[in-house]
Design a protein around this ligand. Structure first.
Ligand code: NAD
Ligand code: IPM
Ligand code: MN
Length: 355
C-alpha cells in the first residue's frame, strides 16, 4: 500500500459540500488501487479570513507543500460582501497556491457523456481538453493604478508571457495531443490584436510542432473559438491557450458539456517539485450554498484527475466510468449533493447511506 499525503481545502460555500462527496468516492477506490490517503484538512478561504484575518500564512503554505497532492473545493465569499473588501481571497489564496506551487498546466477536460443534456441541439461527440497556462498572463498581478477615483484615473493590468513559460505549457499540450487518438491541437489566442504575446505563442507552437509531425495544428482567435465551441465543439481535441482565455473558455466548455457542475480541473506541476491541486472549475456558488443541491460530480471527476496524476489511471477510469453510468441515468431526478455522491460511490462498491 502506498501512502499519499493529501491536503484537503474544502473552502467556502458549496466547496465543503462537494469535497465531502469527492472524498467518499476517493475512499471507495483507494484500497483496490493500493492507496491509503493520509488527509490533512486546511481551513482556508473567506470563512477563515473573516474569523482570523488570515488569507494564507507562510506556515499554511509550507504545511501544504509537505503533501503529495491537494484537493480543493472552492474559495471565495459572496461577491460584494463589504467585510471582504480588504482582502482578495482569489488572488491571495487560490492564485497564490497556483503560482507558488508552479501549477503551470491547468488541465480542464470536457466530455459530453451519453445521456447528458447539452444546451446545444446537436453537439456531436464532444471530447476535448483545454490546456490552460496557469502561472502567467494577466493573472500575474503586474499592474497598478494612479489617480484612483479621479476622472484622470489610469488602471493597468499587464499580461506577462515568457518564452520559458509559454514553451513549457505548449510542450505539455503537444505531448497530450500526441497521446490522444485524434492528435489535434488548436492554439487559441488573439494574435491580431495582442501582437507581442500572440507572436510569442504562435512562434512557440510552430517550433514545437516541428517535433510532433503526428499532431495536426491549427489556430483560432479567441472570439472565433467561442463561436465554434457552440456551433461545432466536436472539432476540438486539445486547446492550448493563455491563463485568461483559458478561464473564460472553460466555463463555456463546462456549460456545453452538461453544466458547470460536471467540469473538473487539475492544476498541475508536471515536474513534481510541488504538489498538484485538483478542484472543480466552478466557484463557491453562494446562490445555492447550504441547500445541499450542488452537483458534486465536478469535484468527483477532479478526484479522477488526481488519481491520473498519481499514476493510477485504472482507478481514475473506474471513477470516470462510475460517473458516466450515473449521469446516463440521471434524467430529471432532482437528487441532492449527498444522493449523487452516494450513488457514484455505491457503483464503486462503497457501502453508503450510513450518515
Ligand atoms: P460560480 O461557479 O460559483 O457560480 C456560477 C453559477 O453556477 C451559479 O449560479 C452557481 O449556482 C452555479 N454552480 C456552480 N457550481 C455548481 C455546482 N457544483 N452545482 C450546481 N450549480 C453550480 O461562479 P461565481 O458566482 O462567479 O463566483 C462565486 C464565488 O466563487 C466568487 O467569490 C468567485 O471569485 C469564486 N470562484 C472561485 C473559484 C475557485 O475556487 N476555483 C472558481 C470560480 C469562482
Ligand atoms: C477558476 C476561477 C479562478 C480563475 C478565480 C477564482 C481566480 O475562475 O478557477 O476558473 O480565474 O482562475
Ligand atoms: Mn473560472
Amino acid at each position: 500500500v502506498t501512502t499519499v499525503r493529501l491536503a484537503v481545502i474544502p473552502g467556502d460555500g458549496i466547496g465543503p459540500e462537494v469535497v465531502g462527496e469527492a472524498l467518499k468516492v476517493l475512499d471507495a477506490v483507494a484500497a483496490d488501487a493500493g492507496l491509503a490517503f493520509e488527509r490533512t484538512g486546511f481551513s482556508l478561504g473567506a470563512g477563515r479570513y473573516l474569523e482570523t484575518g488570515d488569507v494564507l500564512t507562510d506556515d499554511d503554505l509550507e504545511a501544504i507543500k509537505a503533501h503529495d497532492a491537494i484537493l480543493l473545493g472552492a474559495v471565495g465569499g459572496v461577491p460584494g460582501d463589504p467585510r471582504l473588501a480588504g482582502a482578495n481571497i482569489e488572488r491571495g489564496l487560490l492564485l497564490k497556491l497556483r503560482f507558488e506551487l508552479d501549477h503551470y498546466v491547468n488541465l480542464r477536460p470536457s466530455v459530453l457523456h451519453p445521456g447528458v443534456a447539452s444546451p446545444l441541439a446537436s453537439p456531436g461527440d464532444v471530447d476535448f481538453v483545454v490546456v490552460r497556462e496557469g502561472t502567467e498572463g494577466p493573472y500575474v498581478g503586474n499592474g497598478g493604478a494612479i489617480r484612483v477615483g479621479t476622472p484622470a484615473e489610469v488602471a493597468n493590468e499587464v499580461s506577462v508571457n515568457t518564452a520559458y513559460g509559454v514553451e513549457r505549457v505548449v510542450r505539455y499540450a503537444f505531448a497530450a495531443a500526441s497521446a490522444r487518438p485524434r492528435k489535434r491541437l488548436t492554439l487559441v489566442h488573439k494574435t491580431n490584436v495582442l501582437v507581442f504575446a500572440g507572436s510569442l505563442w504562435k512562434r512557440t507552437v510552430d517550433a514545437v510542432a516541428a517535433e510532433y509531425p503526428d499532431v495536426a495544428v491549427d489556430y483560432l482567435h479567441v472570439d472565433a473559438a467561442t463561436i465554434f465551441l457552440v456551433t461545432d465543439p466536436a472539432r476540438f481535441d486539445v486547446i492550448v491557450t493563455d491563463n485568461l482565455f483559458g478561464d473564460i473558455l472553460t466555463d463555456l466548455a463546462g456549460a456545453i458539456s452538461g453544466g458547470i457542475g460536471l467540469a473538473a480541473s487539475g492544476n498541475i506541476n508536471p515536474d513534481g517539485r510541488f504538489p498538484s491541486m485538483f478542484e472543480p472549475v466552478h466557484g463557491s456558488a453562494p446562490d445555492i450554498a447550504g441547500k445541499g443541491i450542488a452537483d458534486p460530480t465536478a469535484a468527483i471527476l477532479s478526484v479522477a484527475l488526481l488519481l491520473d496524476h498519481l499514476g493510477h489511471g485504472a482507478a481514475a477510469d473506474r471513477v470516470r466510468d462510475a460517473v458516466a453510468a450515473d449521469v446516463a441515468e440521471r434524467g430529471d431526478a432532482n437528487r441532492s449533493t449527498t444522493e449523487i455522491g452516494d450513488a457514484i460511490a455505491a457503483r464503486l462498491g462503497a457501502t453508503v447511506g450510513a450518515h
